[in-house]
Design a protein around this ligand. Structure first.
Ligand code: FES
Ligand SMILES: [Fe+2]
Length: 346
């Protein structure tokens, strides 16, 4: 069961455009994305209402997408506007259209009631466009396909106690486990905070900040329903103030902005981007974010896909919870409350 009245990322902005429409399955539903003649993005049900050929097999002509079977043409609102060989458009020649908004390099889609689409619900990830920050598109600007339910991705990001075990050579440091997390709930998600004062830096941050001694390290994760995570982390000299959340950025500070879009119940698209506050003019750092962070995420993908495999094989197997699960449990509770409210169960 998916939350529908919310925004998901459908695509990177440059995945859409030109003569070939983009097919993407979202929430188990086939969607076709294209741009009209002035470059405005549109999303429609990927099904011609004539004989059900996916419209993504057709082509974009001016402001419409033309079906590749008998040439019916549909505008951005999903209305059939041309039937070759006849003047009249038959009644009911309409398919679903979905509201879309372009922001932060992504095309966001609203799969629920179009009248409720509110673009202020898109997270304010302003660092992406700000000149003080340098943003690298994750996975070369392509969605990363992961064979797991999208909630496992949010779980992974809200529980950074996995770093020493899954990413020991880059992000892991034993000190993470000595410092408990604080979880704050809000109406649409949670804020997870872990502060680690005066400990040796993790390998990546030691390299990025050139630190020679102990450091202060901050890990915050702001998770917003349905699946939008801002992993806001910073490492700097001891006593430098990096432990103050909300202060000006400093030291080796970066955001991993990650959102996962369900393709089906057991497959997802992970979209991510990395605004960083350090090494902004350093092409070597661009490469690290372009390539090494994808390698780091691929370490997570192995774990999450194996989890999904086991959960699909044994869906009713019991499981236990431990202290570090507090943020993930809080987030899942909030998400489930929203889904239930949308279904009219509460
Ligand atoms: S199936 Fe699309 S025009 Fe016939
Ligand atoms: Fe990870």
């Amino acid at each position: 069961m998916f939350l529908r009245n919310c925004w998901y990322v459908a695509a990177w902005d440059d995945e859409i455009g030109g003569e070939t429409p983009l097919a993407r399955m979202i929430l188990g539903e086939p969607v076709v994305l294209f741009r009209d003649s002035v470059g405005k993005a549109a999303a429609l049900e990927d099904r011609c209402c004539h004989r059900h050929l996916p419209l993504s097999l057709g082509k974009v002509v001016g402001d419409v997408v033309q079906c590749g079977y008998h040439g019916l043409e549909f505008d951005a609102a999903g209305e059939c506007v041309n039937v070759p060989g006849q003047k009249a458009i038959p009644p009911g020649a309409t398919i679903d259209s979905y509201p879309v908004v372009e922001r932060w390099g992504w095309v966001w889609i609203w799969m629920g009631d179009p009248s409720l689409a509110d673009d202020t619900l898109i997270p304010d990830w302003w660092w992406v466009d700000h000149p003080d920050w340098k943003t690298t598109r994750g996975n070369g600007g392509n969605p990363l396909k992961v064979k797991c339910n999208y909630q496992l991705i949010t779980d992974n990001l809200l529980d950074l106690s996995h770093l020493p075990y899954v990413h020991p050579d880059t992000l892991g440091a034993d000190s993470i486990l000595d410092h408990p997390v604080r979880t704050e709930r809000n109406e649409n998600g949670v804020l997870m905070t872990r502060l680690i004062p005066d400990r040796p830096p993790a390998p990546f941050f030691k390299m990025a900040g050139g630190f020679t001694g102990n450091v202060d390290r901050r890990q915050n994760v702001v998770a917003t329903i349905p699946s939008h995570c801002d992993v806001d982390v910073a490492t700097d000299e001891v006593g430098s103030g990096v432990l103050e959340y909300g202060g000006p950025p400093q030291g080796a500070a970066l955001h991993a902005l990650i959102t996962s879009t369900p393709e089906t119940e057991t497959t997802s698209f992970m979209f991510y981007a990395h605004p960083r506050f350090f090494g902004k003019d350093d092409p070597k750092m661009d490469e690290i974010f372009r390539n090494d962070f994808t390698r780091i995420f691929l370490e997570d993908v192995v774990v999450m896909e194996k989890q999904q495999e086991m959960m699909s094989r044994m869906p009713d197997a019991p499981r236990i919870d431990i202290n570090v699960d507090a943020p993930t449990i809080a987030f899942q509770t909030i998400l489930n409350e929203h889904i239930a409210a949308e279904q009219g169960d509460i």
